[in-house]
Write a protein that binds this ligand. Structure first.
Ligand code: SF4
Length: 65
């Protein structure tokens, strides 16, 4: 089965550089984080991406009323 890959871009708000951080997700798991100029950006983008993935999971699992 072919792996499902998606990429999300989050703009880090840690400082005035506002780096665009690219997060690649494969089969629902974060596999790469690129574009951050410091560890703060990786941490920020990873947490944002996890929240996004969790909200997607909840949308799929919760029945619509
Ligand atoms: S990744 Fe680092 S350098 Fe880039 S905006 Fe965030 S805090 Fe600033």
């Amino acid at each position: 089965m072919k792996a499902m890959t998606e990429e999300h871009v989050f703009q880090c708000t840690g400082c005035e550089s506002e780096c665009d951080v690219h997060v690649r997700v494969q089969d629902g798991k974060i596999v790469t984080v690129e574009g951050n100029d410091c560890p703060t950006g990786a941490s920020y983008a990873t947490s944002q991406c996890k929240m996004l993935l969790n909200s997607k999971d909840n949308q799929i699992k919760q029945p619509r009323c």
